[in-house]
Design a protein around this ligand. Sequence first.
Ligand SMILES: [Zn+2]
Length: 436
Amino acid sequence: MVGSHHVGMLQLHGPLWARSEGLRCGEISFDSPDQNVKCVRMLDTTYSGEIGTKKKVKRLLSFQRYFHASRLLRGIVPQASLHLLDEDYLGQARHMLSKVGMWNFDIFLFDRLTNGNSLVTLLCHLFNSHGLIHHFHLDMVKLHQFLVLVQEDYHSQNPYHNAVHAADVTQAMHCYLKEPKLASVLTPMDIMLGLLAAAAHDVDHPGVNQPFLIKTKHHLASLYQNVSVLENHHWRSTIGMLRESRLLAHLPKEVTQDIEQQLGALILATDINRQNEFLSRLKAHLHNHDLRLEDSEHKHFMLQIALKCADICNPCRIWDMSKQWSERVCEEFYRQGDLERTFELEISPLCNQQKDTIPSIQIGFMTYIVEPLFEEWAHFTGDSPLSENMLCHLRKNKAKWRGLLHKQHSKSSDHSGQMTDTDGNPSQTSKEGEVP
Ligand SMILES: [Zn+2]
């Protein structure tokens, strides 16, 4: 743990920020005054209007970054926001970071305190506190630029799959990496891979699912031949940004190639369609007592499991946060359903607001996806305090959703004398536990 790596603090605001689309996060810390010069130079080269064809081609796969690039080409610069931040907010955000390993960390509050820069701020902090900047001789400016690219590639208009979800998953991943069972075998490389994969695992998510991309013949679906379409895109986008930022360019080629492959293995593991494959293998290992974490293949399998847990840990958070995430993910489903209705496509499972209520979606998700995975995770961690805490929240939250579901049922049966949904159709919510 390297907590005192910062030597100097520099805050950038004013015209410099106004010119830079990328760097609008809180602060950057520098090891030497020379790097201040480097920072300005890098900003100049990056944003000197040279965002031309080469860059556009590089970014072609991205929905959002292409838009940013064209916006810059048209001379429209985003509003500089950093200098509007109250010093108080930054102080509070800094205070929150001192408790970043707590399970009740409030990522929504942290995002507000950092003015929407939770992902960049969190990752800068974690890279520093895990000693990764020192260990890998990373350039703080390049790290910051890479993280800004990642954060900006998330779609802030998505209710769920946005940069706050990525920050939330990264914070959970940080907690899991500290589990004694895992922490004792992890190298700095494993920690860096875990954090990078968590931060970028949903980058450029369009807010619709794979079946939607397939049925609308989206170019990504044909590019990845209908297999883990989104996850492949998240991974390839991450690689593109890593190369563009040159964050790891000083490392030997075989090392960067290995990092790119490992990131792929981690991000692709978050495909929910592969849940059974991972769960069965985990169960078999735990049942046979044959997990050998000193074996790098087994260790990376557990990193994949940790990331999968982090990705779906919302129901294991305290009720207030868990509920917010549930509402957000359902809102995203319903928006897809509305799109499908507009284009006269078949409405996907869970995407019909009239039939698929939030409590029923959540109970199904918890029963069939979250509980089985977290029970095995608890088994792996040896029922650690964190695992116990998460399972306790999971049980309490499920009971709350059940209570809300019964309320809905009795409300609708009060109105019509039978179990109906809001549309007056026989209730779908009685199919409690439907697999999402
Ligand atoms: Zn995710």
